[in-house]
Design a protein around this ligand. Sequence first.
Ligand code: PLP
Length: 370
Amino acid sequence: MVNQIFVTKSSMPSYEEYCEIIKPIFESKHLTNMGPFHNKLAHEVGSYLGVKNVSLFTNGHLALCTAIKALGLTGEVITTPFTFASTTHAITDSGLTPVFCDVNPDTYTIDVSKIEELITDKTSAIVPVHVYGNVCDVYAIEKIAKRHNLKVIYDAAHVFGVKIGQRGIGSYGDVSMFSFHATKVFNTIEGGCLTYSDDSLTDKISSLRNFGITSPESVDMIGTNAKMNEFQAAMGLCNLRHIDEELKKREKAENQYRKRLEDKEGIRLCPVQDNVVSNHAYFPVVFDKEKFGKNRDEVAEALARNNVFARKYFYPITNEFSCYKDKFAGETPIAKKISENVLTLPLYSDLTVDEVDFICDIILKWECEQ
Ligand SMILES: *Cc1c(COP(=O)(O)O)cnc(C)c1O
């Protein structure tokens, strides 16, 4: 009987390392509101991601909502439904209308050839998702945005540490949102940040994150409370010390998956993208029942019988949620088909090559039985 294997396992420093770093907080009693750990982490994340400005948040979702507010978006926003609930909720909760664009069948990111037909005189922005760590076609998106005078906010929740060539992924578009949730490649327990090049956004984002307070006696905007506290920042500082070795371990597990599952009839893996430094965030696999013999649900059940708990990310797509179904424009048959056939396999830094082999044996044994 093996241990249970879940789709992810949070990266953490040792107990001693975390206790050591938080000691000064018990002296200073400075728990939140942009304390020294907060400011240090913002600086270090900026260097690591290779971006000009970083604003930290208590989670990624509120960061995304704040980006939408800071850029003053109105009317319609073009986005994809093949994502976590957060992306679509951030748009609708801000009083905007999502217009759903279908995804590229290889990378599952926004299909740039279908964006322009969705633009109307109400469109104010594009909100693409670098889903699973696959990068969007940032150059095509930039051209379209320039041509139609649209803002671009990337949901970069999955791409901490990803680069195109030498350039950090967070430096594309007007603003990018990273999530530091416990399940992400880099975590601050809960947390997130916005990255952006335009310095004039800094003060606005800072006050929107803190109730719209601009000085001790003035509140000039309707803001929220989304500040990152010192214990979160301390966890981030510890995790950032180990991020490179964590990514290497993830890469090793991913390589083993690729070795075992590549070129198997009826199994489709995400491509390794040219000129992209990956963060090995997720390992999604699409099963084609006609060719593989079993569908996604049957594979998930076989794994579960062996204590391996893969996840149906992202299923259902957000435009099929009961709160959104048939309410918004945009046909997305490719996103729908992928979501019905994709299974995200366990991938985290502590996952061993033997465990990857165990998982692949279960999947491939099923293949042989047919
Ligand atoms: C995790 C995630 C978010 C939200 O991040 P939180 O930090 O959990 O609020 C947004 N978008 C995507 C695609 C995510 O996976």
